[in-house]
Design a protein. Structure first.
Length: 262
């Protein structure tokens, strides 16, 4: 009888320890991707713990926070073949990623620059793959595009496909549909604006992005002062919504060695 009582106590202790482990360590999250390219230094923060250095082949889970350091480029490949490449000084939160039943990918880019190649896994539902910044939400079904996240504005550039862009604020309902070769800037409390980016390079550098935003601000100030609305590509008055026009160049934009897209 005494032995049975002791065994019951031991079982109870083990059950309490197991329950505590499940609560304090919910890291049984599903693996959604792995590191396939890395030059430089990057780390991942998981379950509020201290950051862990990343290496090629490391697994990435939902809810992970991935961060790249100075002079770093990191590519993560997802289970369905989609890829995201992070430039240096970038912080990306993988909020959720599902590929079964109703596929859905949701990311938060708090700073830096990424390039995403999205497979047809997400082609059944509009905007089922979303990247959110401090000012914008970019939603796609399957495409190749870049997102640059600045403190007060975001830049979206489409290499191939169609991207729907809107302000992160729900009260600003206007969207822009960007096609191959088109780009837009989304500022705080402002609807997306179509802008012109150079098509000669495979990716957009920080200097190009900042210069383009500066030029856009100058053009906008000139337009407001003159009282006329101009199409920056043609220099003439806008006859229709610019996003419905053929991009200024439709030639293929070369892909860089990284992200090594298919």
């Amino acid at each position: 009888m005494e032995t049975l009582k002791v065994n019951s106590i031991n079982i109870s202790i083990w059950l309490v320890l197991l329950f505590s482990l499940l609560i304090t360590n919910p890291a049984l999250a599903e693996i959604v991707a792995e590191v396939t390219q890395l030059t430089g230094k990057a780390d991942v923060t998981r379950n509020g713990q201290a950051p862990l250095a990343l290496s090629k082949g490391d697994k990435i889970e939902a809810q992970d926070i991935v961060r790249t350091k100075n002079k770093t480029q990191l590519q993560i490949s997802f289970t369905d073949g989609s890829k995201i490449t992070l430039a240096e000084k970038t912080r990306l939160i993988i909020k959720d990623y599902l590929v079964k039943n109703e596929p859905m990918g949701f990311f938060e880019l708090t700073r830096g620059k990424i390039r995403s190649f999205v497979t047809k896994t997400f082609s059944q539902r509009k905007e089922s793959f979303q990247i959110k910044t401090k000012t914008a939400i970019a939603g796609v079904q399957g495409t190749d595009f870049e997102v640059h996240s600045f403190p007060q504005e975001s830049l979206i550039f489409v290499h191939e496909g169609i991207v729907s862009v809107k302000n992160v604020e729900a009260n600003i309902s206007k969207k822009q549909l960007l096609r191959t070769g088109q780009s837009a800037v989304v500022r705080s409390q402002t609807a997306p604006e179509l802008i012109v980016m150079p098509l000669s390079s495979s990716t957009i550098s920080d200097e190009q992005a900042e210069q383009t935003l500066a030029d856009q601000n100058q053009n906008e100030n000139s337009r407001l002062n003159s009282g006329t609305q101009q199409d920056m590509r043609s220099g003439g008055e806008i006859k229709q919504d610019p996003v419905s026009l053929t991009p200024s160049s439709t030639r293929q934009i070369p892909l860089p060695p990284i992200p090594n897209l298919p």
